[in-house]
Design a binder for this molecule. Structure first.
Ligand SMILES: [Zn+2]
Ligand SMILES: [Zn+2]
Length: 340
């Protein structure tokens, strides 16, 4: 018997009769994290980490049936032991571990090894079968230390202040935005777009402490923003909102900037390689450490990464999923498409 199978609706556990991050409506869904490609609308029941619950309410609706548990808490679903383990991707993100008759499978969702200071750090979980992402599964991706990266953001803000400029960061609203806030905390007033503010509130309601911020009304005069810090989601790059910000210097925060950061992208003035996914070395480190007998590679550089794993003697295959159409894609698009 297989503990998990791959179906048209998503990753399925036949013994437990539930899915993990399904993309079609099902009875019971275990959700790894709040990004829209993993947490979708239409499930009868949801199970997730306590910190992900308010995000699901925010994004899917307050009328969903949702149970939440803590990290390392084990619950039993139709005889299968189910537990969540920190994935280090965003606040509340979890790897899902299933165990039945001594055999275990771990579904990682999205993950990163680096400790971003906000998300509970990635926990290595040994298992027989590991399902991994591979968003940045090419050797060209190797991230800076978080401290070094944050220092670059801080220096950029300080330079802008000296020059009478407003520091406008473009980063995905769930994950990046909170990391940027944390990185520049104390350097000036932080203003975040409404869409980011809503998610911040959801986190604050479950006890996560974030740096102080304000939500500006872009319909009013925004002169007072000058010299300060503003964070907006990728969809707003080149929008009238950004054009209204006085003396704006813009910076894109995305893992894709690692190989493209040297150039000017669209209308942005700067780029910082900030990613919530593991880099090449991080992926390899995680996969090897699970000691899994079989590795399934879901979204990202699936072909290259699984081929490499096979060449170093691990058994790996590629699984078609509908993940990866969300945050990374939104960022990739604004970076790759030249502006008007
Ligand atoms: Zn994600
Ligand atoms: Zn993903």
């Amino acid at each position: 018997m297989k503990l998990i199978t791959f179906t048209k609706k998503g990753i399925y556990c036949p013994q437990g009769k539930f899915y993990i991050d399904p993309w079609r409506p099902v009875e019971m869904a275990v959700i790894t994290h709040g990004h829209a490609d993993h947490a979708r609308w239409g499930m009868k029941k949801y199970l997730c980490h306590h910190f992900t619950k308010p995000i699901l309410y925010q994004r899917i609706g307050v009328d969903i049936e949702c149970q939440s548990i803590g990290y390392n808490e084990v619950i039993n679903i139709n005889g299968v032991k189910v537990s969540l383990h920190p994935a280090g991707h965003i606040i509340g993100s979890a790897q899902v571990k299933l165990e039945y008759k001594g055999y275990s499978s771990v579904i990682s969702g999205d993950y990163k090894i680096q400790d971003d200071g906000l998300s509970t750090p990635f926990e290595l979980v040994k298992c027989n079968e590991f399902v991994t992402e591979s968003t940045f599964g090419l050797p060209i991706y190797n991230w800076l230390d978080i401290e070094e990266l944050n220092k670059r953001l801080q220096n950029w803000v300080l330079r802008n202040k000296e020059n009478g400029k407003t520091s406008v960061f473009i980063g995905y609203s769930l994950g990046k935005a909170q990391r940027i806030m944390k990185a520049v905390e104390g350097l000036g007033k932080i203003h975040v777009h409404y869409s980011i503010g809503k998610l911040n509130e959801a986190f604050e309601n479950v006890g996560i402490r974030l740096p102080d911020y304000e939500i500006p009304d872009f319909k009013e005069s925004t002169k007072y923003l000058q010299n300060e810090i503003v964070i907006v989601p990728p969809a707003l790059l080149d929008s009238s909102i950004i054009r209204k910000i006085p003396e704006a210097a813009t910076a894109i925060c995305s893992g894709w900037m690692q190989v493209r950061g040297a150039r000017r992208w669209r209308s942005a003035d700067a780029g910082f390689p900030m990613s919530d996914h593991a880099d090449w070395a991080g992926l390899l480190q995680a996969v090897k450490a699970t000691e899994a007998e079989i590795v399934h590679v879901t979204h990202g550089q699936t072909e290259v990464f699984s081929k490499y794993l096979n060449e170093i003697g691990m058994k790996a295959d590629v699984i078609e999923t509908l993940y990866g159409e969300d945050e990374e894609e939104a960022e990739k698009e604004i970076i790759e498409n030249p502006g008007p």
